[in-house]
Ligand binder design. Sequence first.
Ligand code: ATP
Length: 580
Amino acid sequence: MSLYHLIGQFLRRHSAAYASSALMLIGIAVLITWIPRQIGHVVDGLARNELQGLGLLQQLAWLVAAGAVVYVLRAGWRLRLFAASMRLGVELRERLYARLSAQGPAFFQGSRTGNLMALATNDIDAVEMAAGEAMLAGFDGSLTLVVVVAMMSLGVDARLAAFALLPFPFMAFAFWRISRHVHDASRTSLACFGALNNHVQETLMGVRTVRALGLQTREETEFARLAGAAADASFDAQRWEAAYEPAAGFTLATATALTLGVGGWFVWQGELTVGQLTTFSLYLGQLMWPMFAAGWVLSLLERGKAAWGRLQPVLDSPLTVEDHGSVPRVAPGTLVARDVRYSYSGQPRPALEGVTLNLEPGRTLGLVGPTGAGKSTLLRLLLRHDAPTAGSIAWSGTDLHDYTLGALRGAIAWVPQEAFLFSASVAENIALARPEATRDEIARAAQLAAIHEDILRLPQGYDTPVGERGVTLSGGQRQRVAIARALLTGAPLLLLDDALSAVDTETEARILAHLREARVGRTVIIASHRLSTVADADETLVLRDGHVIEHGKHADLLARNGWYARQWRYQQLEASLDAD
Ligand code: ATP
């Protein structure tokens, strides 16, 4: 869909606002063409000594009244139009937000946050201006042009109008050339702003790493380079935009010279009165606005087109996870994965290959294996962050695809490796998925996650703000708040992705004991590097390079004397050395 198509759709939907603005503009056009005519009459009346005293005052009063009505109408159309065009900004931001929220991780791998933020701000502003200001200024300018040219030719003298308008085709050509440059420069400028945003966002996110590695100077140099590039690109766009006005001014000056030369000769010949020449010159002056509007409209449209060219691919990007399922509720049952294979795009080797599992409700499955074995990938497939490349996963006999995404994800509580906390209080973070939860329910979940005592020691207890991304809490505290959040949802499937890595073994044992007590009917999958975490699981899968290399209960796995048994002995030895 082109920008014009988008604007056309928007105009149809908000036709009442645009039509009333257009009516007000027509009123303005009529009045501003009447004013020079009236001034011409006054000039001729004065020259002929026919206008004096009260009569003169009355004519002047009409002029002032017309000026006042023009003022009111101008304010009216702007207010009406801006209210409508701001709706387009709101609608586009809602569309962008909805699309970004529906996208899976694969989409975000190819897009950078700073650039997406630039789309939501600068680019949408540019499209909004094209749909609002540009449309009405274009209409106003064209209307004024048609009415003024008609008044010049029909109301004063057609021959003089033909001479006066001679320079205008040259101006149109100049405008067309300038608009091409404005388009290219605007596109570069928006892209540079996106790159600058990316850098600022990434540096702020990693500010501790930057400081710890002493990279401030390097980051500052890079920032200065990107900021300079953004400023240069913006200056270049403005430089081209600034070329419109001199072109219009030069055209008008040439047209005025022609008018005075040819018009003066007509007056000398007695074919035109001085008043008519005055009216004509005033009309010519009024053409400044349509010319200025043409430059302005072209520049707004080119900026809008450049912005829309960046926005549209994101708004229309295919969803990496389709939500075509129709089953609205998950009835907790057996979770079955058959021969699951999954490859990340662009990766030569599959991250999972031939993975099969059968997990009855209320049971606990452990997932272990060396780093990069595919544990998190399997959990992501259960969450439908992506779909298996081959094989299938079903829950209670229904393929995961057949559930609505809302139903599936509502039935799963997931604690990722990196616990993400929002800039809110501890209680609000725990109750994220159940904002209606009572303080007692929140505290109960916190007790199960062994974080209750820590929270009570915070300055404002459960009401303590955790700062952006939970910076005021330790890594282990953040993990336990995230576990409390997951437990509070009461979802029938709990996925813990190395979610206890930052807590000590004693606290981990407490949490696991609480989980066992509280997990009536809840299925749990625990991915972990620490084998003690899964020692009590009903079954454990050992993954390596995406394949299940061992599976069984803790005792069976020890008896096999394979990777699990070796790793167990190693970790036990490490723990006893630590204890010593
Ligand atoms: P760890 O224990 O270190 O968290 P893991 O067992 O959870 O590892 P995964 O994160 O599932 O391992 O990764 C499995 C394989 O897939 C690894 O080789 C990894 O490099 C690759 N991988 C993971 N995420 C992506 C991604 N987004 N794009 C491409 N490859 C990926």
